[in-house]
Design a binder for this molecule. Structure first.
Ligand code: ZN
Ligand code: ZN
Length: 593
């Protein structure tokens, strides 16, 4: 009996809409997902010129019989599922039976497959002239797609450039490797190995293969659950960041998804731990009863709606912040080992030979690391540091994470030098004061806001679109102590300020508050409060070059160490760095190690 069933008409139509093979990534995606469906535990992707010349995907899956392999190239045939609801319940990914015929129609395609009983070799050109012959019985499937878009040169032009295509493919394969640590993934472009996982089921090792040892050592395991969700995975120390969101991988029931709300709550949890334009590295699995999710399929990504989003957000936020709070996060001026200095990351442009690329290619477009790591001499657990190592850094909750420090002097009228039995510290006096004031301001906002009348109300003229936005948020402003009213054409007048702002900076803060509201596309109360508090804190704090007495310094250090997060200012910059005693001994060659 053939495994291929003719697809339900509605499903076909639903999916066919918007389904276009317009990027090499889509072709790779389709082929890889077919391989996963075929229960493969080894999938090898070999590309020539980012796949434009050739994409070859081979697996060791169950293979196909002769009839199925021929049917695979006819429209509306799929062995996968009959109904959209099946999508998250069954172990099936390649639900778009449309794609293979589409790919075949714009390329020269070769298929070699065997289920162990019959071996088939099949060839098509532009989706026509099927040629079939016998092949060996090596179980699995190899599909080779050559000369993509050779018969539609217009589309070929739309492929932005080889780097972007390769960046997209690598990002995709990385995420599949994170979703399926049990499958060995190999990705090769022009003979260069870009990813090679071992398929032994260890998520931490996959993280290492993708991000390298330095980052993997700085990943903390998290897990937690509530009535509806179970979450587990790894999150990075705040010092390990990337400049784009690509490094946040979220999976639902083992499948990579994209959900902006979820990404946002993760970034929010790192708020003030890292600068605004940086993002943590996250691999987060969410296990949930499929009843609680609603799938929205798009050809290139999978978005999901959760019916109990609030409890999920709460769980994620709590677990991430809980782990971050336990860490001691003082950057060390560490005497980095030579191995660590040897860069393991190969920039993307090295993934091609020089003459293969145009000069006008923009490297900045590509925001991925292309790393090559040999999985054979894979990293040992020792190298990665065991979980115990990481937990060693953790202290009991509510206990200050830095021991009491004694100030020893100030350099450049800005940096306090201090010590305790663990090491020597350098503290940025402005950043430290800013952190202290930030937490103080946040607390008073949470307690109760009292509005204080201004002697001279502040009049603010706005552009008409800005005026409309502000009009919409007059209640929010009032709730936070800014009593504002309309005052003629596109103008508002603010009559009070909250008690956590001192009189002398009131006007500046009022303008800032209005500014924060109008510059954000979507108003976000948390962001509003955080940014206000950060601005106030900055204005209230001692500056670089301000004089601090010994008592001031003592107070500053002691108050800092008792903060919820003593390590960074509200803008994510460090407040304190350290040379451990060991670092010093090593620098002065007193310690032989
Ligand atoms: Zn500042
Ligand atoms: Zn700051």
């Amino acid at each position: 009996m053939s495994k291929i069933k003719v697809m339900d008409e509605i499903l076909a139509n639903k999916i066919a809409a918007g389904e276009v093979v317009e990027k090499t990534m889509n072709v790779v995606k389709e082929l890889v997902e077919n391989s996963i469906d075929a229960s493969s535990d080894e999938i090898k992707i070999e590309l020539i010129d980012s796949g434009v010349k050739e994409i070859k995907v081979s697996d060791n899956g169950i293979g196909m019989d002769r009839e199925d392999s021929k049917l695979a190239f006819s429209r509306h045939a799929t062995s996968k599922l009959k109904n959209l609801d099946d999508l998250f319940n069954i172990e099936s990914l390649g639900f778009r039976g449309e794609a293979l015929p589409s790919i075949a129609s714009v390329s020269n395609i070769e298929l070699k497959t065997s289920n162990g009983e019959v071996g088939t070799y099949l060839m098509l050109s532009g989706g026509k002239d099927m040629h079939v012959e016998d092949s060996d019985l090596q179980k699995g499937t190899t599909i080779t797609v050559k000369d993509l878009f050779y018969n539609t040169p217009v589309r070929l032009k739309y492929l932005k450039n080889l780097y972007v295509e390769l960046a997209n493919i690598t990002d995709y394969v990385n995420k599949m490797a994170l979703s399926y640590p049990n499958i060995k993934f190999t990705l090769i472009n022009n003979d260069r190995v870009l990813l090679d996982t071992d398929g032994k089921g260890d998520l931490r090792k996959v993280i290492y293969q993708i991000y390298g040892a330095d980052i993997t050592k700085k990943m903390i395991e998290i897990s937690g659950e509530n009535d509806d969700y179970y979450i587990h995975g790894y999150i990075s120390y705040p010092e390990m960041t990337k400049s784009n969101r690509n490094s946040i991988t979220t999976l639902v029931n083992g499948r990579v998804i994209k959900n902006n709300e979820l990404n946002k709550i993760i970034v929010d949890a790192y708020h003030t731990y890292i600068p605004k334009d940086k993002f943590p590295i996250i691999v987060l699995n969410i296990d949930v009863d499929p009843i609680l999710i609603d799938i929205n399929i798009h050809p290139t990504k999978m978005d999901i709606k959760f019916s109990k989003m609030d409890t999920l957000k709460e769980l994620v936020y709590e677990e991430v912040t809980k782990q971050l709070k336990k860490l001691t996060l003082i950057p060390t001026i560490s005497t980095r080992s030579e191995e660590a200095l040897r860069e393991t990351t190969i920039p993307l442009y090295n993934a091609f030979k020089k003459d293969e690329v145009n000069d006008d290619v923009k490297y900045e477009e590509v925001a991925l690391d292309f790393s090559v790591r040999d999985s054979d001499d894979g990293i040992s657990d020792q190298e990665l540091g065991s979980d115990e190592d990481i937990y060693e850094n953790k202290l009991e909750e509510n206990q200050p994470r830095i021991k009491a420090m004694i100030p020893r002097g100030i350099v450049y009228s800005t940096y306090i030098i201090a010590e305790n039995e663990d090491g020597m510290y350098i503290i940025d006096q402005h950043a430290a004061a800013e952190r202290i004031n930030y937490e103080k301001v946040l607390k008073s906002i949470k307690e109760k806001v009292i509005a204080i009348d201004l002697l001279i109300p502040v009049k603010i003229e706005l552009a008409s679109n800005e005026f409309l936005i502000i009009k919409n948020h007059l209640d929010t402003l009032k709730e936070y102590g800014f009593l504002a009213e309309e005052f003629g054409m596109n103008t508002i007048i603010v009559r009070s300020h909250p008690n956590w702002i001192s009189d002398d900076i009131a006007e500046e803060c009022i303008r800032k508050a209005v500014d924060i509201i109008i510059t954000k596309e979507e108003f976000d109360l948390d962001q509003f409060v955080w940014r206000m508090a950060a601005t106030m804190a900055c204005r209230m704090s001692v500056k670089a070059n301000d004089y601090l007495s010994y008592e001031d310094q003592l107070w500053l250090l002691d108050t800092l160490r008792k903060c919820d997060n003593p390590f960074t200012c509200p803008h994510g910059r460090p407040t304190i760095i350290t040379y451990t005693k060991y670092d010093l001994e090593k620098l002065f060659k007193r310690s032989l190690d």
